[in-house]
Design a protein around this ligand. Structure first.
Ligand SMILES: Nc1nc2c(c(=O)[nH]1)N[C@H]1C(S)=C(S)[C@@H](COP(=O)(O)O)O[C@H]1N2
Ligand SMILES: [Mo]
Length: 440
């Protein structure tokens, strides 16, 4: 939109159109001498390395949910083309795969928060530019910036809230985060393509080593730049660029240090920012609980001697087993992690029956999938599907014990799934029925 062609505005109106309403739209009101293309580019180059890692681990995390299984697994039925990169079933080894992927995704996301905020601070005058729109190209650029800033803030906020508050909103985290990620990926790619030359030029224009040696007293504004990041009216520096970089880098490292324990068992007590970071005592069942049986409304009497596991095969054959029957089968012991989408993870030693042995009892060895049902009534995680690959993996267990003792009620007594390399949510607790489908 331009005013050319319309009647010339007069008086106050004209000054408003030409100079803007003042405040943040007035470039002279932005006075930090640190703002400029060099500092922005330093933040940008770190994000240019970090954000693609966040994107790749995020897309892999989505693939790990095997959205093609549909049903209780897939909450993004319209994903279509956006999910077309997933032409494979998720892997079943190495067993730490999802743990490392998700730990990296969440920890890196947390550590990049100060950098994203610093980057936004460094370009803030651009966001208030006046007039808001003066050409088609500039309008398109502003829209893409709005999508970029909006989507990254949405992703960081929903990611952190998912860790801290257990789904405190109406929409599904999985769906919202996935769609916002694709908005972000598009806007990020466009932004990098447009700004890469400016970034490289700006970084070449000043030496990092020199900058790190410059004291606050010697800190002056960069030369005026075509993008208007540099203040036309700079105040005296109250901090050097070195100080600003130390503040941002220090904040990132602090967040990382206070979170990393959620993914590394011996460091658990240091994860002060993680709701499931605290230590749980020394007992064999003393490790993180996602949801307790009390919260979820599992009736403990249903887990006692009357409990039965029902197996159904692809051709309708069925078998019912008591816990003693399961304990009389070949017992397998494996150390395997539980790795939640929230980023926390823990490795424990599980004992139980191979899922493929159970499949064989009802002629489901070649099944394409198994539908797992919990005693838990209702709720998103009361049922779950697993792939044929997961059925046949030697380490996929229906676990009866952990660390040598019976599972506690909170960890899924009398029996729970443990799937190697998969998201924690696949490890259904309080299992009561397994239906093997397809493949024969
Ligand atoms: N029936 C049932 N199984 C479940 C859940 C649940 O809410 N209900 N939570 C899942 C999630 S999201 C995770 S991360 C793991 C956590 O297992 P834990 O509580 O034993 O640590 O259990 C999974 N199994
Ligand atoms: Mo989870």
């Amino acid at each position: 939109m331009t005013v050319a062609g319309s009647a010339p505005p007069s008086g106050r109106m004209r000054s408003l159109v030409e100079r803007g309403p003042g405040g943040p739209t007035d470039p002279r009101s932005w006075r930090s001498p640190l703002r400029g293309p060099w500092l922005t580019s330093i933040f940008a180059v770190v994000l240019l390395v970090g954000l693609p890692v966040l994107i790749v681990t995020g897309l892999l995390s989505y693939a790990a949910y095997d959205p093609a299984l549909g049903g209780s697994n897939d909450q993004t039925p319209g994903a279509g083309l956006l999910a077309s990169y997933i032409w494979f079933d998720w892997f079943t080894s190495p067993s730490w795969l999802y743990r490392v992927n998700q730990g990296t995704h969440v920890l890196l996301g947390i550590a990049l928060i100060p950098l994203v905020l610093a980057k936004l601070w460094s370009v803030a005058p651009k966001l208030f530019e006046w007039p808001p729109v003066h050409s088609v190209a500039q309008a398109l650029e502003r829209i893409s910036l709005l999508l970029l800033v909006g989507s990254i803030l949405f992703l960081l906020v929903t990611g952190v809230m998912n860790i801290q508050y257990d789904y405190a909103w109406k929409f599904s985290f999985y769906t919202g985060h996935f769609y916002a990620a694709w908005v972000f990926i598009g806007a990020f790619a466009a932004h990098v393509a447009l700004k890469l030359p400016t970034m490289i030029r700006s970084l070449r224009g000043r030496s990092l080593r020199e900058e790190l040696r410059t004291s606050t007293a010697d800190t002056v504004a960069e030369p005026m730049d075509p993008d208007h990041l540099v203040s036309p009216n700079p105040a005296e520096a109250t901090v050097s660029r070195r100080g600003a970089l130390a503040l941002v880098g220090g904040s990132s490292l602090t967040l990382l240090a206070l979170s990393i324990g959620q993914s590394i068992d011996p460091l658990r007590p240091t994860a002060l920012l993680s709701p499931r970071g605290r230590s749980y005592g020394d007992g064999p069942n003393d490790f993180q609980v996602n949801t307790t049986f009390g919260e979820i409304g599992v009736d403990p009497t249903e887990t006692e001697s009357s409990w039965r596991l029902r197996l159904e095969g692809p051709d309708g054959r069925s078998v019912t087993l008591r816990r003693e029957d399961l304990l009389a089968m070949a017992m397998v012991t494996e150390e395997l992690p539980i790795a939640c989408v929230e980023g926390w993870s823990t490795s424990q030693v599980w004992t139980g029956v191979r899922l493929r042995e159970l499949a064989e009892l009802v002629g489901g060895r070649e099944a394409d999938s198994v539908f797992v049902e919990s005693l838990q009534r209702g709720g998103a995680f009361s049922t779950m599907s697993l792939t044929g690959k997961q059925i046949r993996a030697a380490k996929t267990l229906l676990a009866l014990k952990v660390n040598g003792v019976d599972l506690s009620l909170d960890h899924g007594f009398p029996a729970r799934m443990i799937i190697p390399a998969a998201p924690g949510v696949r490890n259904t607790k309080w299992v009561q029925k397994l239906t093997f489908r397809g493949g024969s």
